[in-house]
Design a protein around this ligand. Structure first.
Ligand SMILES: [Zn+2]
Length: 254
């Protein structure tokens, strides 16, 4: 009896001493997140938009990435970043919108920036600020300037970034201006993304069940790969909204 009690106490003590470890589980499009961290809704160099959706949680690595990036853009003299969706508090699939963002390692950042505090009204329903005209698929004048290029450079250069999804027309703009820079390879063309880009981090340390994505192909992606995306311009629609429900890893519960 005494031995059992002692054992119980010891295990309780042990459990109590164990740090609460954040963990990304499963894949970016079929996974979940344990012990997430909330991104404060405003901070130096950034403001979170659409906070009512409660999608401002992430793995602490993602929160650290975003706050560091915002500090850097601020130091570079840029206005505040608009930070949109990260993940829900426990990750998993969103009820609407995009399919990934499930493991707390994805974040959407707008190309538009804020020179002043964003009003409550705009925070809830920010105006779309597309960089690309439809149906010509040309970049709207003045919308992809040096600040947007520098934002992508800072965002993509960090080693924890696995890839950044970007509209192919905008990847084309980067290829014209910075094709030789090593971070350009991380910009991956994808449908939609007319007003924002999507950062995806590598699986973090301490998340053994996090499923990485295949490494990006060699080269900067400015050649045949980009051409194949740009060839069928009318086929660069917004992301399709119909998804089947993903099968989540058992550790994610129901
Ligand atoms: Zn996204």
């Amino acid at each position: 009896m005494l031995a059992t009690t002692l054992l119980f106490m010891a295990s309780a003590l042990h459990a109590g001493a164990r740090p609460i470890a954040p963990e990304a589980i499963g894949g970016y499009s079929a996974g979940c997140l344990k012990h997430s961290m909330a991104l404060p809704l405003t901070g130096p160099g950034y403001q979170v938009i659409r906070s009512k959706r409660l999608r401002y949680y992430g793995h602490p690595d993602l929160i650290h990435y975003l706050t560091t990036l915002a500090n850097q853009t601020r130091m570079a003299g840029m206005p505040d970043l608009y930070i949109a969706d990260l993940a829900m508090a426990h990750g998993g699939p969103f009820s609407s919108g995009h399919r990934s963002h499930q493991t707390g390692l994805d974040a959407d950042i707008w190309f538009r920036m804020a020179n002043q505090p964003i009003s409550k009204w705009e925070q809830d329903a920010p105006k779309e600020w597309a960089l690309i005209d439809e149906p010509s698929y040309r970049v709207l004048p003045g919308r992809f300037g040096p600040q947007q290029l520098e934002l992508l450079r800072l965002a993509a250069s960090k080693p924890e970034v696995a890839r950044i999804f970007i509209n192919p027309v905008l990847k084309g703009e980067v290829c014209k201006r910075a094709a030789d820079e090593p971070w350009v390879a991380k910009l991956r063309p994808w449908v939609g993304h007319f007003s924002h880009f999507h950062v995806r981090l590598h699986c973090p340390a301490g998340s053994p069940d996090c499923q990485p994505q295949a490494p990006i192909p060699p080269g900067n992606g400015c050649d045949a790969e980009l051409a194949s995306w740009l060839k069928d311009k009318p086929q660069l629609p917004k992301v399709s909204m119909t998804y089947s429900k993903p099968r989540l890893p058992a550790r994610c519960g129901s």
